[in-house]
Design a protein around this ligand. Structure first.
Ligand code: APR
Ligand code: PHB
Length: 391
């Protein structure tokens, strides 16, 4: 088999890249470790910046999102038992975010790929190997149903997430990694109950962080901060609802509707960046190159901007015979990534309980939050980062 670009991973990065390349006439094959159903079963974040929605529109997969997504003009910050609204639209000259689950984005991209009849290999397991990407003839090898396959290509796009094979294939000495691991995780619960508020509520409380999010007017996604070593099995639905309730203001507590969980899981919090994002003819994009803690929901949006830069670079190569885009790919991505890393770290630091920070730390967080909701300058800084910095 031969293709122009072999894409490793059918998460949002890989599928979006495949679609953008296809639209520009660049041939590609996606190779995924898991089945499509497994990929769609993962519950991830759900806030899209306008840069991301524009990109989905550009590759023709935005229709369902515009029908079912929820446009949000603000968020609420809850601290010292009271909620305060940040009017993002007013502070950013008219920008908002789209609440639409990553699972739905993935579904729409898979559906578009299927409708166009584009080649996707699912269930390749751990057999995928990347070869020759430091030469002009890269190759991707994999085993499917006991049979060995080989794809010759011009470029490989490593879109296979944090635990993927792509970053691991680059010689360690050629990469510098930066990492911060937080001493807590998010216990998340998805349920078919109406959201407690029509906007997202980010809560700083003495018991720890909580987030009230949603997928639709009838489906809620809630999170509470838990210690990093917590086990999901030790949380009944009832215990979750009790803990969430204890972190809300009286009005929200009253409004909270509970119900059986559709999904419950714990996600660790981590900041991670690998530099550079290109090695020869292998490009990394999305979670394969960087992780942000979920406070602020930047993960999927960063994946989308990487992929935008990468598709432009590859199209430039084929259309204009220019390597300028490829040569600048890593630097262009990293400028935006580090700003999102900074924002996600700051918002995480502001909203979570840090065991070692004590009462003094709690008081400083509350003072900063009070400043944030009382100062237009401070609120604007939050708002412009939350809706997404320009590409
Ligand atoms: N071979 C082939 N595919 C692989 C391999 C491998 N060795 N390892 C991992 N994969 C697949 C995973 O099964 C997954 O479907 O690569 C895909 C990577 O998808 P994601 O982890 O979702 O990463 P990405 O597409 O970069 O999405 C960006 O946004 O909201 C955030 O972190 C969240 O996943 C999200 C991310
Ligand atoms: C979610 O809905 O899952 C979500 C929303 C906002 C975040 C993180 C996660 O900051």
């Amino acid at each position: 088999m031969r293709t122009q670009v072999a894409i490793i991973g059918a998460g949002p990065s890989g599928l979006l890249l495949g679609q953008l390349l296809f639209k520009a006439g660049v041939d590609n094959i996606v190779i995924e470790r898991q089945s499509a159903a497994y990929v769609l079963g993962r519950i991830r974040a759900g806030v899209l910046e306008q840069v991301t929605t524009d990109l989905l529109d550009e590759c023709g997969v935005g229709a369902r999102m515009h029908r079912h997504g929820l446009l949000h003009d603000g968020i609420e910050l809850l601290f010292k038992g009271e909620r305060h609204r940040i009017d993002m639209r007013a502070l950013t000259g008219g920008k908002s975010v789209m609440v639409y689950g990553q699972t739905e984005v993935t579904h729409d991209l898979m559906e578009a790929r299927r409708a166009e009849g584009l080649a996707t290999v699912y269930e390749a397991g751990d057999s995928v190997r990347l070869q020759g990407f430091d030469s002009a003839q890269p190759k991707v090898c994999y085993v499917r149903d006991g049979q060995a396959h080989e794809i010759e290509c011009d470029f490989i796009a490593g879109c296979d997430g944090y635990h993927g094979v792509s970053r691991a294939s680059i010689p360690a000495a050629a990469l510098k990694t930066y990492e911060k691991v937080y001493p807590f995780g998010w216990l998340g619960l998805l349920a078919d109950v109406p959201p407690v508020s029509h906007e997202l509520v980010y809560a700083n409380t003495e018991r720890g962080f909580a987030l009230c999010s949603m997928r639709s007017p009838t489906r809620s996604r809630y999170y509470v901060q838990v210690p990093a070593d917590e086990k999901v099995e030790s949380w009944t639905d009832e215990a979750f609802w009790d803990e969430l309730r204890s972190r809300l203001d009286p009005q929200a507590r009253e409004r909270l509707v509970t119900g059986p969980s559709l999904e419950k899981s714990i996600a660790p919090l981590r900041s991670f960046v690998a530099e550079p994002m290109r090695f020869g003819r292998l490009f990394l994009a999305g979670d394969a190159a960087h992780i942000v803690p979920p406070t602020g929901a930047k993960g999927l949006n960063l994946a989308a901007s990487d992929v935008k830069y990468l598709s432009s670079a590859l199209v430039e190569h084929y259309r204009d015979h220019s390597s300028a885009g490829s040569d600048h790919y890593s630097d262009r991505c990293l400028r935006r990534i580090w700003k999102a890393e900074r924002f996600s770290w700051w918002f995480t630091s502001l909203m979570h309980k840090f065991p070692e920070a004590g009462d003094f730390g709690q008081k400083l967080q509350e003072a900063e939050l009070d400043y944030l909701v009382g100062s237009k300058a401070a609120a604007t800084t939050l708002a412009e980062n939350y809706v997404g910095l320009p590409l």
